[in-house]
Design a protein around this ligand. Sequence first.
Ligand SMILES: [Zn+2]
Length: 236
Amino acid sequence: MNPKRLPKLYKKDIFRFWSKVDQRGVDECWSWTCTTRSSDNRGQFAIVRRGENLKRTLKAPRISYALHYERDPYPDYVLHSCNNANCVNPHHLRLGNTKDNSADSIAAGTQIKGEKVHLAKLTDKNVREIKVALTDDVPVKDLAEDFKVDPSTIRNIRRGVTWKHIEVLGFFPYQGKRLSETEVREIKLALLRGEFLHKIAQRYGVCVSTISHIKTGKDWTHVEVPGFKPSTRRTS
Ligand SMILES: [Zn+2]
């Protein structure tokens, strides 16, 4: 078997894959809510099967394409018509070869020119104000209107894709949905009941690692639930 080919995806892989995606309308971008590769912001999806001695990290857009169009894009590249590398909406994905890839960035360059102009218009001071507002949970849409930029400009600031160098106290790049204390309490109760991590993650629209961090006490230790103790014991 060609090692570059996509491994067979089982139902549980597919389920786990979509649990990491913020699925929206057909025309909207579907953000990958879990790990991304820092060099290109594409989502990463790991498949580890001890029995098959298989350990692969695959690009999320490729999987989305393969699942939707029922063919492995390899050896072609998956390109984004929306120019949002983090997006896995299959309707925004198309195939191309390396040549297309550069053509893609040129096309995207003209496509996002407007955004670039907007970005250029934002000053360091604006970005600082935006980051402060974001820490106060001001909606992206409102900020986009206030600063007369495209919402994606604000979203990119929020995700730390752009304007990373402007530091604001209390501002952390947004990595998917933030949980409330009530939700964390419910999650801890679900963990106590022995529910599967991926089921809980799916229910609350967060990454499995978020639930795992709650379970192991890496995060949210201040939310106490009687009987709940952080555990590093492995369950599947
Ligand atoms: Zn998109």
